[in-house]
Design a protein around this ligand. Structure first.
Ligand SMILES: O=P(O)(O)OC[C@H]1O[C@](O)(COP(=O)(O)O)[C@@H](O)[C@@H]1O
Ligand SMILES: [Mg+2]
Ligand SMILES: [Mg+2]
Length: 361
């Protein structure tokens, strides 16, 4: 089948033409895309994949203390095997590995570091809901093999970032620093085709995504923001909001890139040892870059995500991202909370237009 639209390889050649130092980057991204195609095929098979084989009977636990599903382990292997041999990466960090993955001694080492979450939203696998993979590429401009500290680069140093979403269609959404672009996998010809060039996130939204079962653990600025959204047209926002929660960050960010919205996994007090749920290097940073390249904003609630200096490879971070004006509003609520000028959140039962407001009783 012949397409007028560019394939991923053609797009990369055109977009990286002016950057001779990044010649190998397109080759690496093509390797990542090959891994994504393999994962798409495996995910699509579901339980059929393990038919007749010993589906692992002993659950393993990753560095985060989370039970690894067989597909977490398998998809991690798929990315490592596709990307370790091409002489393009110097090392890799994965959500599923305690330590950075060193390139085997008999393979050539390249000048890039690949960090990834091979299967995001894996709790959705058993219920056949969209999952994804997330990745980010950093530079490693030295001959020496990378140590853990070499991966601790702030998000604005990413030279490429992307995710794959395994939904009704498989898509690869990518940035190499000049916009965010979506490619759809044509399974018959095995190619990613540019179907969504230059995605733009509307700056305002009436849709938010947050796990409200954690509401009692949120900080006041987040309670204030979500409370005001829920008040809808009877509150200070003067319009109704809609809410979504897919429990798969890839699917939430994809929706935001397609039609706007705001996604939050904020700091909470559920587990005081954890400053957030999502991981900085391979979840928050790549998504923040994709969102910012599409005109949105990525924040911790207190400042830009892409400016955070990582302290460890599996560090967690609060995440607020999506439509620019909404994220700025949430940041303002955090500032007002910290300097004591915030408006205390008043239940809708007692707001200005309610019959139940204290002075009306
Ligand atoms: O259990 P919750 O609060 O719904 O968490 C959902 C979040 O966890 C994640 O699934 C974490 O990713 P992993 O599946 O890679 O651990 C995010 O995609 C999602 O936003
Ligand atoms: Mg994840
Ligand atoms: Mg994962």
């Amino acid at each position: 089948m012949f397409y007028q639209r560019p394939t991923l390889s053609k797009f990369l050649i055109e977009h990286l033409r002016g950057a001779p130092s990044e010649q190998d980057l397109s080759a690496l991204l093509v390797d990542v895309a090959a891994a994504v195609k393999t994962i798409a095929a495996v995910v699509a098979k579901g339980q059929l994949h393990f038919r007749g084989e010993a589906a692992p009977d002993r659950a393993t636990v990753n560095v985060h203390g989370e039970v690894q599903k067989p597909l977490d382990v398998l998809t991690n292997e798929i990315v490592l095997r596709h990307c370790e041999w091409g002489g393009l990466v110097a090392g890799m960090v994965s959500e599923e590995l305690d330590e950075p993955y060193p390139i085997p001694a008999d393979h050539r080492r390249g000048r890039y570091l690949l960090v990834f979450d091979p299967l995001d939203g894996s709790s959705n696998i058993d219920v056949n809901v969209s999952v994804g993979s997330i990745f980010s590429v950093l530079r490693h401009d030295t001959e020496a093999p990378p140590g853990p500290r070499d991966y601790l680069q702030p998000g604005h140093r990413q030279i490429a970032a992307g995710y794959a979403i395994y939904g009704p269609t498989t898509m690869l959404v990518l940035t190499v620093g000049n916009g965010t672009h979506g490619f759809t996998l044509d399974r018959e010809i095995g190619n990613f085709i540019l179907t969504h060039p230059d995605l733009r996130i509307p700056s305002e939204t009436s849709e938010f995504a947050i796990n409200t079962s954690n509401e009692r653990f949120w900080e006041p600025p987040v309670q204030r923001y979500v409370g005001e959204c829920k008040e809808g047209r009877s509150g200070i926002r003067e319009r109704d909001f809609n809410m979504r929660w897919i429990a798969s960050m890839v699917a939430e960010v994809h929706r935001i890139l397609m039609r706007g919205g705001v996604f939050m996994y904020p700091r909470d007090t559920k587990d005081p040892k954890k400053p957030g749920r999502l991981r900085l290097l391979y979840e928050a940073n790549p998504m923040a870059l994709l969102v910012e390249q599409a005109g949105g904003r990525g924040s911790t609630g207190r400042g830009p995500l892409l400016d955070v200096q990582p302290e460890s490879i599996h560090q967690r971070i609060p995440v607020v991202l999506g439509s620019h004006e909404e994220v700025e509003r949430i940041e303002r609520y955090h500032r007002e909370f910290e300097d004591g000028t915030d408006r205390p959140f008043v239940s809708p039962l007692f707001n200005e237009r309610s019959l139940f407001r204290p002075e009306a009783l």
